[in-house]
Design a protein around this ligand. Structure first.
Ligand code: HEM
Ligand SMILES: *[C@@H]1O[C@H](CO)[C@@H](O)[C@H](O)[C@H]1NC(C)=O
Ligand SMILES: *[C@@H]1O[C@H](CO)[C@@H](O)[C@H](O)[C@H]1NC(C)=O
Ligand SMILES: *[C@@H]1O[C@H](CO)[C@@H](O)[C@H](O)[C@H]1NC(C)=O
Length: 353
């Protein structure tokens, strides 16, 4: 049985590889142009596990300790950090552009409204700057923090490759391209593919919705008059619907994404989909679409290993999304909220009159 699923996944991956090899690369170009960058880089050429071994050997330990401390104070931050990492990598690659805090930056976008955990990254960055000034990028810190968050919630471990640079550009309207829960599966597949991620990555990474919460506004459209039918979404379990209706007094109210085991990183999310208990329509549709359903079924096979191993692999893929930026367009930020100040020109000594 076990091997059967593995073989299936391997075959499916191979098939996806073949399909993506045959697809024209144009979608990438189309996406990339408006963003002002010219190509997706091959991460192997830039990232490495040993990147900070000499320059900042303490970095991972600091991130580990800080994440554990914040988690003890507020466990909900762990899910928020994982989501923050996704929103970072989805726009301009993993370059910490989501962390820039200025007028009209990604962080101010509608799709960023419920992002949290910025203070955690600021705190880690401050400590790392004390130990190794101007060495570790905010993008690397966020990537490693997402791995720590997964572990703290009971999820899998993986080695994080390092060497990302922080971008200098962050534009709100680009952040609104990130899927918000009402898209169809074709749109989701396209969005992932444009960033070098395949259908398997889509299904596996959606599995992060095994933890964390959503505001009601992201699924309110399912509760009544779904797609103009005058009825709720028929793929929503009746009892679950009743509970959600009761929980959503305000569109800003929060509901667990995984209704059965909301605080643990496990594969219950996939089991819920089979019981019409996916929260977002983008979750539930993974179960009904023939392109994604086979992966969902594989992950409900009572083998946590399969989901865990693939989640680790897909998180590395997510963290490896890098777009080309000219050397003068990237840096190691001193403060994750701001682009480094331009080096000050030497002022001429005041002339005596
Ligand atoms: C496939 C497309 C995806 C869609 C449509 C989607 C949509 C959403 C939405 C609507 C929310 C709730 C936001 C709110 O209303 O407060 C959410 C939360 C979350 N998402 Fe996703 N997401 C997607 C992919 C991902 C990926 C790839 C990851 C991570 C690798 C991720 C991790 C999370 C986490 C952890 C939360 C909970 C955040 C918290 O508790 O603060 N999502 N997502
Ligand atoms: C899916 O969404 C895209 C983008 O919103 C839209 O153009 C397309 O027509 C939709 N496809 C289906 C089958 O509804
Ligand atoms: C609905 O809420 C009740 C009471 O909180 C709970 O026992 C039940 O499991 C929930 N049902 C679903 C489908 O979420
Ligand atoms: C980087 O250099 C290019 C070409 O030399 C220039 O057009 C661009 O404005 C520069 N960017 C920044 C942020 O200085």
């Amino acid at each position: 049985m076990k091997w059967c699923f593995f073989t299936f996944l391997l075959l499916a991956q191979f098939e996806l590889y073949m399909v993506s090899a045959m697809l024209p690369r144009n979608p990438v170009k189309d996406l990339v142009k408006p963003l002002g960058v010219s190509s997706i880089l091959s991460p192997q050429d830039f990232l490495s596990f040993s990147y900070y071994h000499k320059t900042c050997p303490a970095a991972e330990e600091i991130i580990h300790q800080k994440m554990a401390a914040w988690f003890r104070k507020d466990y909900t931050l762990a899910a928020s950090i994982i989501r923050l990492h996704f929103h970072d990598c989805a726009i301009r690659g993993c370059d910490a552009s989501i962390l820039l805090n200025h007028r009209n930056s990604e962080r101010t976008a509608y799709a960023s409204k419920t992002l949290r955990g910025f203070q955690v990254i600021d705190d880690i960055k401050a400590e790392i700057e004390r130990k190794c000034p101007k060495t570790v990028s905010c993008a690397d810190i966020l990537t490693a923090a997402a791995r720590e968050a997964t572990l703290l919630l009971g999820g899998p471990f993986w080695e994080v490759p390092y060497g990302r640079k922080d971008g200098k550009t962050s534009i709100a309207k680009e952040a609104d391209l990130v899927p918000q829960g009402r898209e169809n599966i074709t749109a989701l597949i396209d969005f992932f593919q444009e960033r070098g991620l395949n259908v398997l990555d889509l299904v596996v990474l959606s599995g992060s919705h095994t933890i964390g919460r959503s505001s009601c506004r992201s699924f309110l459209h399912r509760l009544a008059n779904y797609k103009g039918t005058g009825r709720p979404d028929p793929t929503l379990d009746r009892n679950y619907l009743r509970n959600l209706t009761r929980s959503c007094k305000w569109s800003s109210d929060l509901v667990y994404l995984d209704t059965t085991t909301p605080k643990t990183f496990d594969m219950e999310y996939y089991n819920n989909l089979g019981k019409k208990m996916g929260l977002l329509s983008t979750d539930q549709e993974l179960y009904s679409d023939p392109r994604t359903e086979p992966f969902v079924s594989a992950f409900t096979s009572q083998q946590p290993d399969l989901f865990f191993n693939q989640f680790a692999a897909s998180m590395v893929n997510l963290g490896n999304i890098l777009f080309y930026t000219a050397p003068n367009e990237s840096e190691i930020r001193l403060n994750c909220n701001y682009v480094n100040p331009a080096p000050r020109k030497k002022a001429n000594p005041p002339r005596r009159s």
